[in-house]
Design a protein around this ligand. Structure first.
Ligand code: TYD
Ligand code: MG
Length: 460
């Protein structure tokens, strides 16, 4: 099949899949360096007009909107509530889900647990592994305490043979570990190259849609770009889940960065234990558990992760620099956002930060990227700069503009409820949010502020 006359050499960026007829040092599409690898362009396999419809089905015709069956009630529980939450409320039949993360972070562990739970409730589950032998997987499964009568393991890397086995077995769900190890015989490029990974994902998409069964693809994120990253697949799959943060922490955060069937940005929080990943019941308590008391530069913000409010500690360290201009470093928050807020502090409040090193850290390895944490960032910087601690039972949130104004944020009431649940006594928040709040009868003092200057007065 492979040696078709039409195949020609191209160079493909292994990060994003951009193709060029000649080798390039830097990808003009994604900006990555040294990512181009020689590949053979895929021969067109769509010469048969009966097979050119979407998902390789026979040619389609227009359907009346009203006649199409609604699917939302067909979501199924995976048996692991925290995983269902990230997926937007359960597994959608016919969905193709990509699970990405660095090697060793726990992708295989999570999916082995999901496979076990699914096989208990839904019947046959096929776990295709190109990375580990069936014995290794069994060993892990025993450690995880899986009974999993309906679970089948297939150590295989050839896509066509995997599809044959799927036909023979007729599973209710499929897990592929990992997509980078599977190759199609139709293509000449090496397993793990962009064209292979895309072909494999495309074939599993067709399978998922045609048979209305969920398919989970595990994908490694690597820094050197030698294996095609899951980024190259994001547009093909329905849902993309990433393991976030470092694997040196005990807990693991799984975030939906894309979801065609639910809210993006939803997170699930697990703890890695002796017996696999265990859902964390109270994330705020976990993120605040090691908070220093009475330390300058530490402040608690109420962040919204997907649909769930979570209290997180921000830490700033401002110290005078050894050199003329200060160094800036952030972990867990956008460095540009912090620069912008610092420029605002210099101009509007006359703080001189230019000769100071400024470090910002989100405790617990979670990443925050909503503007509602702006006011917390500002408070942490000012607290460290003045060396004055912020009251430990005060929570802070609000968006900050360049004029130093504090702007309204979304879902203030659910953030406040979480603060109350965690025993906080005082909240500093945008004045404009207070008007719309339902009456709170829980002893939380609300301090509405219109500007950063007002917020600082309220905090110190
Ligand atoms: P793994 O799922 O193999 O990672 P990935 O598939 O993402 O490469 O998990 C690897 C790590 O998880 C490994 O360091 C051991 C640890 N682990 C536990 O701590 N407890 C367990 O029960 C299991 C199965 C793994
Ligand atoms: Mg693995």
């Amino acid at each position: 099949m492979s040696k078709s006359k039409g195949s020609r050499l191209v160079y493909a960026c292994q990060t994003c899949g951009f193709q060029s007829p000649k080798w390039l040092g830097k990808c003009p599409d994604c900006g990555e360096w040294n990512g181009f690898i020689e590949e053979r362009a895929a021969p067109s396999s769509t010469s048969d007009p009966a097979k050119v419809g979407m998902f390789g089905l026979s040619a389609t015709r227009p359907l009346r909107y009203a006649d199409i069956e609604s699917q939302d009630d067909s979501r199924r529980d995976s048996g692991i509530a925290e995983f269902d939450r990230v997926l937007g409320g359960g597994i959608v039949p016919g969905s193709l889900v990509l699970i990405g993360g660095e090697p060793g972070v726990g992708k295989s562990t999570l999916m082995a647990q999901v496979a076990g739970a699914l096989s208990d409730s839904h019947g046959t589950v096929l776990y295709v592994s190109g990375e580990e032998s069936e014995r290794q997987i069994k060993l892990r499964g025993e450690r995880l305490g899986l009974k999993a009568d309906g679970l089948f393991l297939l150590p295989e890397t050839c896509l066509e043979r995997v599809l044959e086995q799927v036909d023979a077995l007729g599973p209710a769900a499929i897990i592929v570990d990992s997509v980078q190890t599977v190759f199609s015989m139709k293509l000449e490029s090496a397993p793990g190259s962009v064209s292979q990974v895309r072909e494999v994902a495309g074939q599993f998409l067709i399978l998922a849609k045609n048979r209305s069964l969920p398919v989970f693809l595990i994908g490694h994120v690597t820094k050197d770009g030698q294996l095609a990253g899951p980024k190259a697949l994001e547009h093909i799959v329905d849902t993309v889940l990433y393991f976030e943060g470092e694997r040196h922490h005990n807990h693991r955060i799984i975030r939906a960065v894309k979801n065609r069937f639910g809210a993006a940005n939803e997170i699930g929080i697990f703890e890695m234990t002796e017996r696999g990943l265990v859902p964390v019941a109270n994330p705020s308590a976990m993120f605040l558990s090691e908070r220093p008391v009475g330390a300058a530069g530490s402040v608690v913000v109420a962040a919204l992760e997907g649909s769930r409010p979570i209290l997180v500690e921000l830490q700033a360290l401002v110290s005078s620099s050894q050199y003329g201009t200060g160094k800036r470093m952030t972990v867990g928050v956008d460095a540009n956002r912090v620069s912008l807020l610092m420029a605002m502090l210099e101009k509007r409040l006359g703080m001189h930060l230019i000769g100071d090193d400024v470090y910002l850290n989100v405790a617990g390895g979670i990443e925050l990227d909503e503007p509602a944490v702006d006011l917390g960032l500002v408070a942490a910087i000012v607290s460290s700069y003045r060396n004055r601690a912020i009251d430990e039972r005060t929570v802070v949130f609000g968006e900050v503009g360049l004029a130093g104004e504090v702007r309204a944020i979304s879902q203030a009431s659910s953030r406040l409820r979480e603060a109350v649940a965690m025993g906080f006594r005082r909240a500093v928040l945008p004045q404009t949010n207070i008007a719309g709040l339902p009456a709170l009868d829980d002893g939380l003092e609300l301090v509405g502020v219109r500007s950063v200057a007002e917020a600082i007065d309220a905090l110190f």
